[in-house]
Design a protein around this ligand. Sequence first.
Ligand code: PDD
Length: 281
Amino acid sequence: RIAYVNGQYVAHSEAAVHVEDRGFQFADGVYEVCEVRQGQIIDLTRHLTRLDRSLSELKIASSMSRTALTLVVREVLRRNRVKNGIFYMQVTRGAARRDHFFPAADTPPTLVITAKSTDPSLMAKKYASGISVITVPENRWDRVDIKTVGLLPNVLAKQQARDAGAQDAIFVDRNGIVMEGASSNVWIVAADGTLVTRPAEHGILRGVTRTTLLDVTEILNFKVEEREFQMDELLAAREVFFTSATGSCVPIVAVDGKPIANGHPGTVSSSIRNAFFDVAE
Ligand code: PDD
């Protein structure tokens, strides 16, 4: 495997950044994960737009033009022969002697890109069986709209899920309002058949998959509401599912050990998932 690190293509096993990198020292960096399907990058423009937004919110300089970045991404995919898989881009504020203040303005940002193939049949299995999740109290900072590499609450939530015999976790705030998954957005099909997902103005990451799925649901003529919803509405839903670049649309069949509807994946999530790849570009 080959990784891209600061202008060089290097063996993945040897790819490294400096010990004084601010990503390592302070989680002072941002990232994107994109899916590749049949050789096609899904929603690249939207991911690059969000990357730019994350960088500008944190006042990190972007190290490369979009065109150049796209060329490097394609080269990483080519060198790793990725036809179906994901790639990861991370930009940090660069390497400088540890000091909380921003480093000198001429410190170059660090840019890392990695890619790996994934097995579509493993995803198909997940879609067929659905996953079970736990809920955890929302304990993150209030700028989760920025896709930073500061993911410790997400890491702890996912591991807590695994230790409990579940596959993933949903953050729920102190008022019982459903926020998002540890690495995905949450949708429900409410009792009346309406699709509901939380507004993304604050409190969650505005998922690219979520945005594209809103386009899909409009094309499919589904009734959709962007509004907050509580845990009791989620538990009474006909369907619950996650959306993210790594899983498109994954059905959730149990929450905190309680089955959702009949405990099997529903038809709305599967029809949306099938339409998704026709709309995403
Ligand atoms: N996570 N919410 C959070 C907290 C996320 O980390 C992600 C994505 C999403 C969904 O965003 P998108 O549809 O753009 O992937 C929502 C990536 C996949 C990850 O951390 O691996």
